[in-house]
Design a protein around this ligand. Structure first.
Ligand code: ASP
Length: 436
């Protein structure tokens, strides 16, 4: 009998996790789930996070060293950043249009608004404080933050991925610039190490169905009561509609027009990464899976994926930027504010930058939303309004974030002639190790 594909196994784990979570919440088994089920989810996320930094280092170093030519790096780098910016700005614009057409803020009556404000003001306060700390830094601080003063301390902090990327790129460039016979042993070491890391990802993915079961059931028992969520349904619908437009229309057109391959196969190939993104709400934790799927199943050459994907996980967040624009308009509408056109255009810029600045971890987008609100003159305390429903929306926007990374990686690979490496004949071919 043919074994089940990985994405089906994960999907089954998710569905069972949701069903079990609902039952557990009904029967008040919250403590049991938190003590006995959630830890398996935490182990799964930790395994993914554990592998993220070593993966970035080895794959970037081998990827760049194999380019053998500095000018190709700058060309690919320029193209990548351009595409990331264009997709993000498009996403924000979709969010703004939808929020202005649907006007989700008008659906929230005064009673619901007061209830949410009363219930979530303290939670919102801590996010506002976090954002305040970021705001107090100078305007060029993000650039300073990319350069570590100590590589080893950067290695110990998953939040410092851009620093790790920076250093790994330098090592890769160094390897290109030194004589080949000197570079060879170092490159061979990293090439071998890379294979080991990819194997560890395969092993980790065996845990995925159980991991997502545990994560989703824990989320369900910790989620606020449905009566609060009801008031926010139109807002949630607006965000999800925007995310669907990106996934079903925007990326699908890009992938089909540029690569001439079927978008359905593209989605099939990256489905496990999307499901892991949904369950973990973290692009950084999902990176190992995204990397494996894009390289082994979409046939994007490692030269491209090793550079484009880690960078994308940290700076390219279309889902987050779309959510930030909808949330900003929603909060403004709920407070009866009318935002004029220049303010809305300004939101395109601030939400783009805020999404770039958001860390690839759960609810980071919400912290940076505070900055968007501040710039547009919308009361930051309004964060309390969207708190209750943030986690489910975070799960959905993270799926879009990694789908966008995979789309851009595929486009770059195609335009550089680096799509379809010989290992992968077409997108439906599954790599033997993951075929069940
Ligand atoms: N959780 C998102 C990610 O990791 C970021 C966010 O929007 O909060 O991609």
């Amino acid at each position: 009998m043919r074994k089940l594909d990985l994405h089906w196994k994960i999907l089954i784990g998710m569905v069972l996790g949701i069903i079990f979570g609902f039952i557990a919440a009904e029967l008040n088994w919250n403590q049991f789930v938190i003590n006995w089920i959630k830890p398996f989810g935490t182990v799964f996320i930790n395994m993914l996070k554990m592998i993220a930094v070593p993966l970035i280092i080895v794959s970037l170093i081998t990827g760049i060293a194999e380019l053998k030519d500095i000018s190709r790096i700058s060309k690919m780098g320029g193209k990548t950043i351009f595409l990331y910016l264009v997709t993000t700005m498009f996403a924000v614009s979709v969010g703004l249009i939808l929020a202005n057409v649907i006007k989700p803020g008008n659906f929230i009556d005064e009673a619901a608004r007061d209830q949410l404000m009363a219930q979530y003001t303290t939670d919102a306060g801590s996010k506002i404080q976090e954002a305040q700390m970021q705001k107090e830094q100078g305007p060029l601080q993000p650039i300073v933050d990319i350069v570590p003063d100590n590589f080893f301390s950067a290695l110990t902090d998953n939040g410092k991925m851009l620093q790790v990327i920076f250093f790994s790129i330098l090592i890769g460039i160094g390897l290109i610039l030194i004589p080949e016979e000197k570079a060879k042993p170092v490159t061979s070491f990293f090439v071998g190490f890379n294979e080991v890391i990819l194997k560890i990802i395969d092993i980790t993915m065996l845990l995925a169905p159980i991991g997502v079961f545990a994560l989703l059931s824990a989320i369900l028992v910790e989620i606020p009561s449905f009566s609060v969520l009801q008031a926010l349904l139109v807002y949630a619908f607006t965000v999800i509609a925007g995310l669907l437009i990106l996934i079903l229309i925007f990326y699908s057109s890009l992938v089909t027009f540029i690569t001439k391959n079927s978008y359905f196969s593209f989605l099939r190939a990256i489905a496990p990464a999307q499901l892991v993104a949904f369950s973990t709400s973290s692009s950084a934790a999902t990176l190992p899976v995204t990397m494996e799927r894009v390289t082994e199943h979409l046939g994007v050459d490692e030269e491209v994926s090793s550079f484009v994907l880690p960078l994308g996980a940290t700076i390219n967040m279309d889902g987050t930027s779309l959510y930030q624009s909808v949330a900003a308009i929603f909060i403004a509408q709920a407070f009866g504010m009318n935002l004029d056109l220049p303010t809305q255009l300004m939101i395109i810029i601030t939400a783009t930058l805020a999404s770039i600045g958001s860390a690839a971890v759960p609810s980071a987008g919400m912290v940076m939303l505070v900055i968007v609100l501040g710039q547009a003159g919308i009361p930051e305390a309004g964060l309390a309004l969207i708190f209750a429903i943030d986690r489910p929306l975070d799960m959905c926007r993270t799926v879009v974030n990694i789908t966008s990374d995979a789309t851009v990686a595929t486009i770059i690979a195609k335009t550089e002639g680096l799509l379809n490496n010989p290992k992968v004949k077409n997108w439906d071919d599954h790599y033997p190790t993951n075929n069940g």
